[in-house]
Design a protein around this ligand. Structure first.
Ligand code: 5GP
Length: 370
């Protein structure tokens, strides 16, 4: 009996020791608001949303509005890039264009090149294609190395190899949500670390796996780690409105990446469906059944889909969405007294809230089309 009891104690002890619980509160954008502050800014036209970056590894300088359209089939298109470049914003071009399509695009649109990234995963095919694209398009100098789970040794190795192969290109790599992996990626060659696991509008990772991290806290913690090493972070996913964008920058994001915000626009890929006289466009996650059928001939048996497919009401030209985002950001800056995006974290005090919007009339704005 003594032996059984001892074994029981050991077994319980092992369980208690191996499982951990973090008790401190982690936050999403919806859990906070920005506290308004006295300032000397007279109007939102005094706010400058451009920022200049100098990157740790590539040593390149880039100036623009640090908003990035996600490298998803539907929104990370060349059409989107030409329009976004006019506003100084970036598009991470999805990885399914051919090298010839890239070549033609770069030759025909020299002004857009500084505002695009070439995306790749870590497969041999992706790596070879990335090399071919960068060889064919010398004006493209930013790379987006993107995997769903940035926590593998293999991914770190891939970042290191791409850094060695392209020493003067700016590399954005992710996704991760914690400080130690942010540091690891920066030390192995990333200039910008992409932050976000599970917050995306068409992402089902949290539902399928139970894995994730509240996005605002992830951004705050990873930004702190990155900035200590002279690196930057890109807050990827979960931005649903201009206010969320302001909160991301306030939390320390250097760049923000969005997919859903740009879905349903004229520049997004995909057919328009008309139902009951209303126009919609399809939008899907990059690991949804739709994407896997399109690019990989179906979902492999050993994995499940971690993205969904939705129909988004037509939003018209993307310029309308961009101007709404930029206008909201400028206004946020004047409320908190920041003259630039770079100043936002210094002027940010988050207030924890239990309600942020008055929903009495729902969320649809008849004045905003769609
Ligand atoms: P959104 O701005 O739409 O909220 O989030 C866009 C981000 O969602 C993308 O940049 C990417 O990180 C993530 N994402 C895109 N497709 C998928 C998917 O199929 N599954 C998951 N887990 N994340 C996705």
């Amino acid at each position: 009996a003594a032996a059984v009891a001892a074994a029981g104690v050991t077994a319980c002890g092992t369980i208690a020791l191996s499982m951990r619980l973090e008790e401190d509160v982690k936050l999403d954008y919806k859990d906070v608001l920005l506290r308004p502050k006295r300032s000397t800014l007279k109007s939102r036209s005094e706010v400058d949303l451009n920022r200049t970056f100098k990157f740790r590894h590539s040593k390149r300088e880039w100036t623009g509005v640090p908003m990035v359209v996600a490298n998803m089939d539907t929104v990370g298109t060349f059409e989107m890039a030409n329009e976004m470049a006019r506003h100084g914003c970036i598009v991470a071009i999805h990885k399914h264009y051919t090298v010839d399509e890239w070549k033609a695009f770069a030759a025909e649109n020299p002004k857009t090149a500084p505002y695009v990234c070439a995306s790749a995963g870590t497969s041999k095919t992706d790596m070879a294609k990335l090399d071919a694209i960068l060889d064919a398009c010398p004006s493209v100098t930013t790379i987006c190395l993107d995997v769903a789970n940035g926590y593998s040794e293999f991914f770190i190795g891939a970042v290191k190899r791409v850094r060695e192969r392209w020493p003067n290109h700016t590399i954005m790599a992710g996704n991760v949500v914690t400080n130690e992996m942010t540091e690891e990626l920066i030390m192995h060659g990333a200039d910008i670390v992409k932050v976000g696991i599970g917050p995306g509008s068409v992402c089902t990772t949290r539902k399928q796996t139970g894995v994730g991290y509240p996005q605002l806290s992830a951004v705050i913690e990873c930004a702190d780690a990155a900035h200590g090493l002279g690196g930057f972070v890109c807050a990827d996913g979960g931005i649903t409105c201009p206010g969320d964008a302001a909160k991301a920058f306030g939390g320390g994001a250097d760049f923000i990446m969005m997919g859903g915000m740009f879905a349903g626009t004229e520049e997004a890929a995909g057919a328009t469906v008309v139902r009951d006289g209303k126009k919609y466009k399809q939008f899907y996650g990059m690991s949804s059944n739709t994407a896997m059928k399109k690019h990989a001939g179906g979902v492999a048996e050993y994995r499940s889909s971690e993205g969904k497919t939705v129909e988004v009401p037509h939003k018209g030209p993307v310029a309308g969405i961009v101007l709404d985002l930029l206008g909201g950001l400028r206004s946020a800056c004047t409320y908190i007294g920041a003259a630039t995006i770079k100043e936002m974290p210094r002027r940010t005090t988050f207030i924890r809230v239990s309600q942020q919007l008055n929903q009495i009339f729902g969320s649809h704005d008849l004045g905003k089309g769609g």
